[in-house]
Design a protein around this ligand. Structure first.
Ligand code: TYM
Length: 336
């Protein structure tokens, strides 16, 4: 399909745990940068609660986490005057289109998804069918809005590629209805690693929370986690493939400060790991404190957050209902 007018940007985060530094650097920070660029665009950010329930969530916790994630989007700099924020389950078109995609997607395509392999290995017998079909729901999220760009971390690139395959298959079978989106990745920031094991990515579900900096962690906890972060052999503060731990910390430092890695390496050439870690902890607190203050302010004003999410939902439903009507017409569904 031709791209006419404004470019559309869509992304989302699951309200399935605490938002962490990986989500911030890999995703939200990119969203804010795109929001502030001058070109004509429409930005849509979703709290993907239907994705979260592919693994059991207690209802009380889920309810709270949905508001927490939405408020954190705002606190990190998503501006509702420039971007839309809504909750996925409040627009039923997502699950409607996901079912259609389930019927169009060969099992073999889903079987290739590495994230399913990793997650189902942990879930074992209790792995849900929803976890297997999860990428079809993600394809629905993206394709409902004629999305051009999907800014995400590296772990989501395979899902966006599958989204393009599903869109192309639909277009082949039923005519051109879907635009094929592109992934936007900040290559250096796309995979922030655990502070305890720099060979695994920082993750909401990590059992060792010492490896994960949550956006709402207390200052002291942030400092403790940085102090405890594992380091590599040797003492040099340099970005190198065989030094995954210090390289990860350097990426984090660079992304939080906006400085190039080689200028940071130069500054710490004659300094110790302890000096570097102290400064990194201080920098992190400087970046996260205002986010936390803003977050608390937003959570105290339930009316404001409710209004932002209501407006987001209205926008989303209006836009997606046109797409769903076209899809039904193209497929011969119902009496449309
Ligand atoms: P989720 O909730 O696991 O993660 C949200 C975003 O954070 C990025 N991310 C990371 N980036 C760098 N380093 C890390 N350690 C790290 N951990 C997470 C993820 O890549 C993601 O961008 N399926 C998606 C949510 C989703 C979605 C969508 C995204 C549903 N529908 C449509 C984009 C478009 C997910 O589970 O993300």
């Amino acid at each position: 399909m031709e791209n006419k007018g404004k470019k559309i940007i869509f992304s989302g985060i699951q309200p399935s745990g605490n938002l962490h530094l990986g989500n911030y650097i890999g995703a939200i920070n990119q969203w804010v940068v795109m929001q502030e660029e001058s070109s004509e665009k429409e930005l849509i950010f979703c709290v993907v609660d239907l994705h979260a329930i592919t693994v059991y969530q207690s209802s009380a916790v889920l309810k709270e986490k949905i508001l927490e994630v939405a408020a954190l989007y705002l606190a990190c700099g998503i501006d509702p005057k420039k971007s839309k924020i809504f909750v996925q389950s409040e627009n039923p078109d997502h699950s409607y289109l996901a079912w259609i995609f389930d019927c169009l997607t060969p099992m073999g395509w889903m079987n290739r998804m590495t994230q399913f392999k990793d997650k189902s290995a942990k879930q074992k017998e209790s792995t849900s069918v929803g976890l297997f079909n999860y990428p079809a729901l993600m394809a629905a999220d993206i394709l409902l809005y004629d999305t051009d760009y999907v800014p995400v971390g590296e772990d989501q690139t395979q899902h966006v590629e599958l989204t393009c395959d599903i869109a192309a298959r639909f277009n082949r079978l039923y005519g051109e209805n879907f635009k094929l989106p592109k992934t936007i990745i900040d290559r250096k920031a796309a995979r922030i690693m655990s502070l305890q094991n720099p060979l695994t990515k920082m993750s909401k579900s990590d059992e060792n929370q010492d490896g994960v900096i949550n956006l709402l962690d207390a200052k002291d906890d942030i400092a403790k986690k940085i102090k405890k972060a594992v380091t590599d052999s040797g003492r040099e503060i340099v970005y190198e493939q065989d030094k995954p731990a210090i390289s990860n910390l350097l990426v984090i430092y660079s992304k939080l400060s906006g400085r190039e890695i080689n200028s940071i390496e130069e500054e710490y050439r004659l300094k110790s790991y302890a000096d570097f870690k102290n400064d990194l902890a201080e920098l992190m607190v400087d970046v996260l404190s205002p986010v936390q203050d803003k977050y608390r302010e937003i959570r105290q004003d339930a009316g404001y957050l409710g209004k932002v999410l209501d407006e987001g939902r209205e926008f989303a439903v209006k836009k997606s209902s046109v797409k769903v009507a076209n899809v039904r017409r193209a497929m011969g569904l119902g009496r449309i």
